[in-house]
Design a protein around this ligand. Structure first.
Ligand SMILES: CC(=O)N[C@H]1[C@@H](OP(=O)(O)OP(=O)(O)OC[C@H]2O[C@@H](n3ccc(=O)[nH]c3=O)[C@H](O)[C@@H]2O)O[C@H](CO)[C@@H](O)[C@@H]1O
Ligand SMILES: C=C(OP(=O)(O)O)C(=O)O
Length: 435
């Protein structure tokens, strides 16, 4: 288990470019299974989750070629279906959430798929009903092996249908969509998730020959086609990294320019950080954050305490609430952070409290942060990273804190952030990776 050793209290300065989007990468790489033609991806983040997915695809017979840094060509002309019943597949796919999205394309192209218990962040219950019920409605039969915790799916062919998803699950929508693109007839997915990750997947599938309309809305209409071909696909900037850098700049009183942030696809992320009082300027496709001695949390129009909560897109993404929370610890004012989707994502606040932050954890979903307004600095401590985003929130806290902090289990951070230590050290941070 590796750790970061951080000496805090330094102001950072300079330019940083976000990596390609992790959650988009996990979807679009799986979509390469839908064709026997080559698909080339650029701006692929070099992170543990994506590398593990590439390894899995390679293991199952997909030809994976690294053309340049962050650029890969995948060709699934031969896929070894035997591989899925082996232990290796179960072990490796259990390490990341994204592997669940291998099922949709496999079902569409080969008529069978297995879904072992997926990995990913342990942030609460993460059921797969939306995926399985969607496949079922398209005509697949499923069996759940309760001992092994594996779903097996099979179909002769898939048929278009009207599908009202029980919730707008991000990976669930991607999975069912990828199954539906080659189904017979027309499928409609209502209550579909519409994150930029999904919009990108739809655009890519259309480039491959799919016929999807309603992109960006919660009603997708998919006219089934008999086959798909190759294409080139460029991934968007990782909006969660962009938000993380905004919070980090404010917490560390740094002047930072986030280059090529794909600002047209950030939804309400910039506005949400502005509600915490953070100044930022959109300059073309970049975001400039000036040094700010202090920032004041806004109130609602009626004077009541600001609440920041998660909501399916175009609402505020749950993946940035931990960053909002840590950023608020040094603001002036009070904010209620309400994590509606996941029930175990706020427990890391114990560590922030130990560092000196003023936070009341009301229940597993809600925390009130009373900003210190820099009257008191956070102090460095030793802590363990529980999940990707809490890990980065703790890293931001450590960068702003007085003294030395140690963050253990940084594999959690490496799952989603590319060489974060090197990139932040280039801005003046002092982060050492220790094994
Ligand atoms: C690999 C990947 O892409 N992971 C993302 C994906 O995970 P993932 O696709 O697994 O998450 P889902 O969208 O399925 O839902 C996440 C959780 O939120 C709950 N839920 C969802 C929708 C809703 O309207 N109400 C509700 O309560 C679900 O019951 C579930 O417990 O989407 C999550 C929600 O944006 C993000 O945190 C993850 O980073
Ligand atoms: C929860 C996340 O990831 P995953 O779904 O891959 O666990 C995340 O990216 O914040």
């Amino acid at each position: 288990m590796s750790s970061f050793e951080i000496r805090g209290g330094r102001r950072l300065q300079g330019e940083i470019a976000p990596q390609g989007a992790k959650n988009e990468a996990l979807q679009v790489l799986c979509a390469a299974l839908l064709t026997d033609q080559p698909v080339t991806f650029s701006n692929v983040p070099d992170i543990l989750d994506v590398n593990m997915l590439l390894e899995l695809l390679g293991d199952m017979g997909v030809r994976v070629t690294k053309d340049a840094p962050n650029t890969f060509t995948l060709q699934a002309s031969e896929v070894n279906l035997e591989y899925f019943s082996g232990q290796t597949f179960q072990r490796k796919s259990g390490k990341l959430r994204g592997a669940v999205m291998l099922a949709g394309p496999l079902l569409a192209r080969f008529g069978k798929a297995l879904i072992p218990q997926p990995g990913g962040d342990k942030i609460g219950r993460r059921r797969l009903d939306t995926h399985i019920r969607g496949f079922e409605k398209l005509g697949a039969a499923f069996h759940f092996d309760t001992d092994k915790n594996i779903f097996s799916l099979e179909c002769d062919h898939l048929s278009g249908t009207f599908l009202h998803m029980d919730e707008p699950s991000v990976t669930g929508t991607a999975n069912v969509l990828m199954a539906a693109v080659m189904a017979r007839g027309t499928t409609q997915i209502y209550n579909a998730a519409c994150e930029p990750y999904l919009q990108q997947l739809c655009r890519m599938l259309n480039k491959m020959g799919a016929r999807i309309s309603g992109i960006g809305s919660n009603l997708l209409t998919i006219e089934g086609v008999t086959q798909l071909g190759g294409c080139d696909h460029h991934l968007l900037a990782d909006m969660i990294e962009v938000g993380s850098f905004i919070g980090m700049a404010a917490m560390t009183q740094s002047e930072i320019t986030i280059k090529n942030a794909d600002v047209a696809h950030l939804g309400n992320i910039p506005e949400t950080f502005q509600q915490l009082g953070i100044e930022l300027e959109i300059r073309g496709n970049d975001i400039y954050i000036p040094t700010q001695e202090n920032y004041r949390i806004r109130r609602f129009i009626d004077g009541s305490i600001l609440t920041v909560y998660d909501h399916p897109w175009p609402g505020f993404t749950p993946d940035l609430l931990s960053i909002v929370l840590v950023t608020a610890t040094q603001a002036k004012g009070t904010v209620l952070v309400h994590q509606k989707m996941f029930e175990s994502r706020l427990f890391f606040v114990d560590k922030l409290i130990e560092m000196g932050a003023q936070i009341v954890l009301c229940d597993p979903h809600r925390a009130v942060v009373i900003g210190l307004n820099r009257d008191i600095n956070l102090r460095g401590i030793t802590m363990v990273s529980p999940d990707i985003r809490a890990g980065v929130a703790l890293l931001i806290a450590a960068l702003s804190a007085e003294g030395k902090s140690i963050i253990q289990n940084i594999e959690q951070i490496d799952r989603g952030y590319e060489r974060i230590d090197e990139r932040l050290n280039a801005l003046g941070a002092d982060i050492r990776r220790v094994d």
